[in-house]
Design a protein around this ligand. Structure first.
Ligand code: ADP
Ligand code: MG
Length: 463
């Protein structure tokens, strides 16, 4: 029928516009490398902020004592305590609690948000057992993982540049997030000091390095996306501080804000961006991360419902709701292996209130998920290639096999198997067989929490 032909045409056009042939991915990787250089050269020199983290030493394994970590950066926040036992003991013991952030606090005031967080930290400390004790007379010390762009002024202070990922609390922008947290902690009467402020990518890098000395970079693919890596301090022209003894500095790329004319942007992406809380920002993130993939699929489905009556004569009302189709739903549909695509049918019914879908329609939905997830995963792989290029690790040096490990974290990568498989396969394709033998993506499970605690330890006031 004519309607079906229209639906197929929309799908085909999407496929064409989302295509990421290897040549294009290499252009994206090159553009990433170019922007990395520009962002390191001068403040504001690129869409990539390439933030200096003040982390010039990664964990050695000698860290010792009880430390806390707090991870704020997405839908949940976590509080963690870790008993570190030095070279031989390593992580002796750890406990955590995870709390979801009420959505009204994501768009309220800084004081409300930080009071809520401090209250949870206080509760966590109050419930602590005998096996976790800080030495008498010492303050508890905390590594604060804060996964938004921050212009750091030291290892334990920094001003929020902007919110991302659905957070929007105007009175916090431009302010020192450690000072805000510290004030809230004091209001709760808790004796605790923030000794390290780290991005989750930096925490993941630190946690990764603790267990694997070949870790050179960290990537997060979760609600949002970002990357950090170890740079030579001399290769950072915009750094005017003292040369660190290690000669190294961890850089928080804030790669979610990457943008390039080589990125395959469609009408759906432009509309999503225009309707977002941060139009014009975080374009790379809006193509590849978990907060947005399901929303892109919804927008294509809406067009198919509108122009090709994919779900009958009227547009299913739920389909008009932004963000109603979440990436975990998309992933469940994408992974549906049942003959009649039952999971797809159920998801359409439960989430979008579209019942009685035909197998043909369900197949279209799966294909759509595949197109959107594949584009995202392949672009993520191109981003990783960009970092490896910057590090000179995308080729063999004198036939040498210097091993490079990318520490990876985030719910998208962890739970969306088709996506993570595609990231790995694409990276191998981009690098070629020989080099890809030397590169490995290692999934870390909440490495950023341990990493923040390790950095809290190495920046302790008692050292
Ligand atoms: P955050 O990025 O908020 O710190 P996570 O790293 O745990 O938290 O990632 C959570 C994100 O991972 C969710 O917002 C969602 O986009 C994605 N995600 C979680 N579960 C799945 C799933 N089953 N399939 C696909 N994506 C998922
Ligand atoms: Mg996270």
């Amino acid at each position: 029928s004519q309607r079906w032909a229209r639906a197929m045409a929309i799908l085909q056009e999407l496929e064409e516009k989302c295509a990421t042939p290897i040549g294009k991915l290499k252009q994206v990787a090159d553009a990433m490398t170019v922007e990395m250089h520009a962002g390191l050269a001068s403040e504001g020199g690129s869409k990539l902020k390439m933030l200096i983290t003040y982390v010039d030493n990664l964990p050695t394994g000698n860290e010792e004592g009880l430390f806390y970590a707090l991870d704020l950066g997405g839908t949940n926040f976590r509080v963690l305590r870790v008993q570190l036992g030095g070279k031989d003991g390593r992580v002796l013991n750890q406990e955590f609690t995870e709390v979801s952030i009420p959505t009204n606090l994501m768009v309220g005031t800084a004081e409300e948000l930080f009071d809520y967080i401090a209250a949870e930290v206080a509760k966590f400390v109050a419930n602590e057992g005998q096996d976790f004790q800080v030495p008498l007379g010492r303050q508890r010390e905390l590594g604060f993982t804060f996964s938004f762009p921050v212009m750091q002024t030291s290892i334990a202070s920094g001003n929020l540049i902007k919110w991302t990922k659905g957070f929007s609390i105007d009175d916090a922008v431009g302010h020192d997030v450690v000072a805000e947290l510290t004030k809230a902690i004091e209001r709760k009467g808790l004796d605790m000091r923030v000794t390290a402020l780290v991005n989750d990518t930096v925490g993941t890098l630190a946690g990764g390095r603790y267990t694997q000395k070949d870790v050179v970079a960290a990537v997060i693919l979760g609600t949002g996306t970002n990357a950090a890596y170890v740079e030579h301090a001399q290769a950072i022209p915009k750094w005017h501080g003292l040369m660190p003894k290690s000669g190294e500095m961890v850089i928080n790329m804030e790669w979610g804000n990457f943008r390039s004319s080589h990125l395959p942007l469609t009408e759906y992406d432009l509309a999503l961006d225009a309707a977002s809380l941060n139009p014009g920002d975080q374009i790379f993130e809006k193509l590849i991360s978990g907060m947005y993939l399901g929303e892109i699929v919804r927008r294509v489905l809406l067009k198919m419902a509108d122009e090709a009556c994919l779900f009958g004569d009227t547009i299913p009302p739920k389909l008009k709701h932004q963000f109603i189709l979440r990436t975990p739903d998309m992933s469940a549909m994408h992974h549906d292996t049942s003959a009649n695509l039952q999971v797809v049918g159920n998801t359409l019914k439960n989430v979008l209130e579209i019942s009685d879908t035909s197998l043909e329609v369900r197949k279209v939905v799966v294909q759509l998920c595949n197109v959107v997830a594949t584009r995202g995963a392949r672009l993520a792989a191109a981003g990783i290639l960009g970092i490896l290029k910057k590090l000179g690790r995308d080729t063999l040096v004198d036939g040498e096999n210097q091993k490079s490990v990318i520490a990876m974290d985030g719910g998208l990568y962890e739970h969306y198997a088709e996506y993570s498989k595609c990231v790995e396969n694409t990276l191998s394709l981009l690098l070629g067989d020989e080099v890809s033998e030397t590169i490995c993506i290692e999934q870390t499970n909440d490495g950023s929490g341990i990493g923040a605690a390790l950095l809290a330890a190495s920046n302790s006031q008692y050292l």
